[in-house]
Design a protein around this ligand. Structure first.
Ligand SMILES: NC(=O)c1ccc[n+]([C@@H]2O[C@H](COP(=O)([O-])OP(=O)(O)OC[C@H]3O[C@@H](n4cnc5c(N)ncnc54)[C@H](OP(=O)(O)O)[C@@H]3O)[C@@H](O)[C@H]2O)c1
Length: 279
């Protein structure tokens, strides 16, 4: 039950799910070439839905038909390798009303205690720091955000309300303007590099993925293809924003088949590297 099959690169083989993405050893790439290694992760249905309409409240949520424990374990194995996790104003608004998946305070959960120990064994701080991207700056600061001495840095735009910037600086951490009307991916990653971050994990959604792709700063994309089709009229997909010109080429890095996920329906765990010279 714990095994997944490696289908690429060949020759493949069987691996335990637990430890699969820790084995990718992302920290080896951090800081290489003078800038951080930036990676992101999504779980999607076969018809490309990463979020669908919430049944009772405005806005979207990760579809419960595709969210699953095995994918969540791998998400956490990616997150634990980061110096800093990118999240968004939207995430903190959803967190405040109790509908967001927990990413702020994870290693207290006995299922992920080994990951907390993984950080400690490497001399890392107990939790990755957080970079919040928000144009509106309209989000509350949950206590978990700053717990345990974790650093929080907020990236916003030139037109953000000065009073809100002041309030957040007093409450949470540094606020950095990194763009006029939209946070710019190049400025974002440049500032994170200056702060000494080597591995940067974006755990947020399609607009942030777009800004990372448009700026040519995303190095690796992890996608879980859950073997379900969802339909629906209101949904989000991997990337949201203007047409990317040129299109961003991605090269297959790894492909695993998980026959046990989703009550035996199965799923694919795939990772891609940005092709050299793309974007
Ligand atoms: N299936 C999956 O793997 C997966 C992964 C991630 C997210 N999701 C889902 O997808 C949906 C959308 O995710 P999301 O809202 O976190 O992601 P998002 O669409 O990337 O970002 C949303 C928020 O980030 C800020 N933002 C994004 N780009 C910006 C820019 N260029 N400049 C300034 N601010 C910017 C905005 O905050 P302000 O509104 O505060 O200005 C915006 O509301 C959610 O339902 C989420 O649950 C699914």
């Amino acid at each position: 039950m714990n095994q997944v099959m490696q289908l690429y690169p060949l020759p493949g083989g069987e691996w335990p799910l637990q430890g699969l993405y820790l084995g990718h050893d992302l920290r080896q790439y951090g800081g290489a070439g003078g800038r951080p290694f930036v990676y992101s992760n999504f779980v999607t249905s076969l018809d490309g839905r990463i979020a669908v309409a919430h049944p009772t409240r405005p806005g979207l949520m990760v579809p419960k038909q595709i969210a699953n424990e095995r994918d969540w374990r791998l998400f956490q194995e990616l997150a634990v390798q980061a110096d800093v996790i990118i999240t968004s104003g939207r995430y903190l608004r959803d967190y405040a009303d109790g509908r967001a998946q927990e990413i702020l305070d994870i290693y207290e959960d006995p299922r992920f205690a080994d990951l907390g120990e993984w950080r400690v064994a490497r001399g890392l701080r107990p939790q990755p720091d957080l970079a919040v991207i928000s144009g509106s700056l309209r989000f509350p600061i949950p206590p978990a955000l700053t717990a345990g001495g974790r650093n929080v840095v907020i990236f916003t735009v030139a037109e953000a309300e000065p009073a809100r910037i002041e309030a957040l600086e007093a409450q949470a951490g540094k606020v950095i303007v990194a763009g006029e009307r939209m946070v710019d991916g190049k400025q974002l990653v440049q500032r994170l590099a200056e702060m000494g971050y080597g591995t940067v994990f974006s755990g947020t959604g399609p607009k942030v993925l777009h800004l990372l792709l448009a700026a040519g700063v995303l190095d690796r994309l992890y996608v879980t293809y859950a073997n379900r089709l969802l339909g629906g009229l209101s949904y989000a997909t991997l990337v949201e924003g203007e047409l990317l010109e040129p299109a961003v080429g991605m090269r297959l890095n790894t492909l695993y088949y998980d026959p046990y996920g989703l009550e035996g329906l199965g799923q694919l765990f795939v990772s891609y590297d940005r092709a050299e010279g793309s974007a």
